[in-house]
Design a protein around this ligand. Structure first.
Ligand code: DX5
Ligand code: ZN
Length: 227
């Protein structure tokens, strides 16, 4: 998984659009991806319910690529560390939900996971710029979290640009992930704005050939990486 920040775009297909009755086989379809994005929703932080710890633990055991857990849950301070212990290679919690994001990010790193900080579309990056040394990834949501298959919000592009500028100014290798409505039509705009990790649910799992969709997305993003 060696990579140069901002040069090699990473693709993290979201299994939210997979066949939930066949998750092991669905993970096998994305073996050429960089990560497997697993959306955990608790029906409190978002108005939808997906899966929790026991399922994520089972997925992490059989996934051909590391698990990128996206926790759309209330009280991540209490629940997120268990996802690192369950085998997620990256654990992303929401800024809006965390009471003590620095303490939580440090705990995730101590447990051996990458720590990610997610922002809903209306949450600005600026209050979190000083926290960049504490995290390995910032996730700028490009839809309101809760459901797959929504349209990419262009209104989030300026925030991606500001987040990229802040990361560049910090000199840190913090990844910048986008999630929601990413497909062949929108990925170039997100990459141009500075994203380097791309979540795609319906664009990968809705394709006949998931591996082809992954390589097309990667190629499209690679032509548009930020300077
Ligand atoms: C939405 C989830 C996304 C979702 C993306 O709240 O966080 O990961 O699966 O799905 P698409 O790519 O279809 O917008
Ligand atoms: Zn997600």
């Amino acid at each position: 998984m060696a990579r140069l920040a901002g040069v090699t775009p990473l693709i993290s297909p979201s299994i939210l659009s997979a066949d939930f009755a066949n998750l092991q086989a669905e993970l096998a379809r994305i073996a050429t991806a960089d990560w497997a994005h697993v959306d955990v929703m608790d029906n409190h932080f978002v108005p939808n319910l997906t899966l929790g710890l026991p399922v994520l633990e089972a997925l992490a055991k059989v996934s051909p690529v590391p698990v990128d857990a996206h926790l759309m849950i209330a009280d991540p301070d209490r629940w997120a560390p268990a996802y690192a212990e369950a085998g997620a290679g990256s654990v992303t919690f929401h800024a809006e939900a965390a009471a003590a994001p620095v303490r939580l990010a440090r705990e995730l790193r101590r447990l051996g996971a990458r720590a990610g900080l997610a922002l809903k579309p209306a949450t600005p990056i600026e209050p979190f710029v000083d926290l960049l040394p504490e995290v390995d990834m910032v996730l700028v949501m490009t839809v309101e979290p809760g459901f797959g298959g929504q349209g990419f919000l262009d209104a989030c592009l300026p925030k991606i640009r500001r987040a990229r500028a802040a990361i560049a100014a910090s000199g840190l290798d913090v990844w910048l992930q986008v999630d929601g409505g990413v497909n062949l039509e929108t990925i170039e705009r997100a990459a141009d704005a500075g994203a380097d990790v791309f979540v795609a649910g319906s664009a990968v799992y809705g394709a006949e050939d998931a591996a082809a969709a992954i390589s097309e997305l990667r190629a499209a993003a690679a032509g548009h990486t930020h300077p």
